[in-house]
Design a protein around this ligand. Structure first.
Ligand code: FAD
Ligand code: NAD
Length: 473
């Protein structure tokens, strides 16, 4: 007999596993199907984020940050080492252990919440039936509601064939077995900068090829310009307006031909990382007659409530429009389940935080100054340099700034941009303030502990009305 579920979720990444747990918490009989296999060829929950994305990249960023501090920054503290070294196998092993702990944790959470999990590939058929295939065979299950949470995969470019030995994709960039002497990176986006930083900190000579003429175009350009200078100091050689034409593996090296200003140049690297964006994953997900439509960009078409073109079939996370971020994916997963339960789940795209986990970290929420100008919104700006923040100086991490944007008339917060150590954590108070439709003055009237990095947010908020204490206004 066909098994029946209230909710079937296809995909066990941050969108899918959160949706499944939330559904079970709300009393729905829930099944989650996922086909991801880790490098040991075992099925693992957690999707891109836990297995080959957010968590492993942050583990490597942290290991490499310790090494960089040891080799470059500890001398000012009077701390000296004889011959510091990095054992890449241990670093990768630590990362794999964290991944295993977290992905195993999802399986435990499924058990605790009574979410049924089936490992295998899920395909949506007509009438909310789902076919599940794995090594053991094929079965068909029936859902009252289906949530498609199939995530994303890396984009490839012509004439650059990923082999994950010399030419690496996102996952390959997390599993290099020794520090390459020369690393080429295609794409100065989030992955290129994060993974470029990891291997750069460990001693690789890193060259980044970026097609756009603007560095970090999505970011506030005051911060992007500051970050560009800092990356240069850190040794990342970033070439804008540069197009990679081909990459060929020859005698254990990668030969890259790139074009800049009409001129073609050849460069040779030990490894080449391809990080030119990700695209929605829908392979094998939809039968031809299931009725779910895709957009012209290949994403699953949804309305503002994440409903697809088929009633009771929903889609969330990287597979649909909007930023490809784990927290956006999870929030959509929860919101959809709440809608299924007749509640009013809602995700405000304007208050989704963005973080690039480089050093310093780049974090923002809301609008950039460029976006406000383009939209013709009148605004006020408050800034504060980390160099004038006592805690940042005490930590020897005083590079960066905070920039707050507020409506000229109403003082409502429109954007917050932080370039600082721990910016990812500092940003949260700005997100809360924006979610509550707060003003710059609200941030400026909250007592901030002293000495903390977050006092820079407080001072930047005061500087909006030109009354910062620790800088000339
Ligand atoms: P995914 O995590 O991709 O999960 C989808 C799952 O569905 C996968 O397990 C897939 O195998 C499975 N699946 C697909 N099709 C089927 C099918 N037909 N049947 C069964 N299973 C299927 N985001 C952040 O917010 N912060 C970060 O720091 C961050 N760092 C990142 C670093 C890297 C290197 C990468 C690559 C990404 C990073 N991201 C980060 C992005 C983040 O990983 C994604 O936004 C997030 O994983 C999206 O969640 P999702 O559930 O929509 O999709
Ligand atoms: P991205 O969109 O951030 O950056 C890709 C970059 O590659 C862009 O700057 C683009 O202009 C450039 N590019 C595209 N084609 C090119 C070409 N042919 N030659 C040279 N440059 C080219 O994409 P990504 O870095 O691959 O990351 C994918 C997704 O994963 C992102 O959307 C991001 O949201 C998510 N992610 C998030 C985090 C985080 O939140 N910290 C970390 C990693 C990844």
């Amino acid at each position: 007999m066909t098994e029946k579920y209230d909710v079937i979720v296809i995909g066990g990444g941050p969108a899918g596993y959160v949706a499944a747990i939330r559904a079970a918490q709300m009393g729905f009989n829930t099944l989650c199907i996922d086909r991801f296999k880790n490098k040991q060829d075992q099925y693992a929950l957690g999707g891109t984020c836990l297995n080959i994305g957010c968590i492993p990249s942050k583990a490597l960023l942290d290991s490499s940050k310790h090494y960089a501090h040891m080799t470059q920054h500890y001398d000012v503290h009077g701390i000296a080492f004889d011959n510091p070294s990095i054992d890449v196998a241990t670093m990768i092993g630590r990362k794999d252990k964290i991944v295993k702990q977290l992905t195993g944790g999802i399986a435990q959470l499924f058990k605790a919440n009574k979410v049924k999990y089936k490992a295998g590939s899920g395909k949506l058929l007509q009438d909310r039936q789902v076919e599940i295939s794995n090594e053991e065979g094929t079965e068909v299950v029936q859902g009252e509601h289906i949530i498609l949470a199939s995530g994303s995969v890396p984009v490839n470019i012509p004439n650059v064939e990923v082999d994950n030995q010399y030419i690496l994709d996102n996952a390959g960039g997390l599993n290099v077995d020794q520090v390459p002497e020369k690393l080429g990176v295609i794409g100065a986006g989030v992955i290129g900068l994060e993974l470029g930083s990891v291997w750069g900190r460990l001693g690789a000579e890193v060259t980044v090829f970026e097609a756009m003429d603007t560095f970090l175009a999505a970011c506030d350009q005051t911060i992007a310009k500051m970050a560009a200078r800092e990356f240069k100091k850190q040794g990342l050689d970033i070439h804008l307006s540069t197009f990679v034409k081909s990459a060929t593996v020859k005698d254990g090296k990668v030969e890259v031909v790139y074009e800049k200003g009409g001129e073609k140049t050849t460069a040779t690297f030990d490894k080449l990382l391809v990080a030119v964006g990700r695209k929605a994953e829908t392979s094998g997900l939809l039968s031809e007659d299931c009725g779910v439509k895709l957009t012209d960009r290949g994403q699953i078409e949804v309305n503002d409530d994440c409903q697809t073109s088929v009633p009771n079939v929903w889609a969330v996370g990287d597979a649909v429009r909007g930023p490809m971020l784990a927290h956006k994916a999870s929030e959509e997963g929860s919101a959809v389940v709440e809608r299924i339960a007749g509640q009013h789940g809602h995700v405000d795209f304007n208050t989704i935080p963005w973080v690039i986990y480089t050093e310093p970290e780049i974090a923002w929420v809301g609008k950039t100054e460029e976006q406000l100008k383009e939209a013709g919104v009148e605004y006020k700006v408050g800034t504060f340099p980390m160099a004038a923040n006592g805690r940042a100086l005490a930590m020897n991490e005083s590079t960066g700034m905070v920039k707050i944007l507020a409506d000229k008339e109403t003082d409502e917060l429109l954007g917050a941009h932080i370039y600082s150590a721990n910016a990812s954590e500092m940003l949260s108070e700005c997100v809360v303030a924006m979610e509550f439709k707060g003003c710059a003055e609200d941030l400026a009237r909250i007592v901030h502990a002293h000495p903390t990095l977050s006092e820079a947010v407080f001072e930047a908020a005061m500087n909006v009305d030109k009354r910062a204490i620790h800088k000339a206004n």
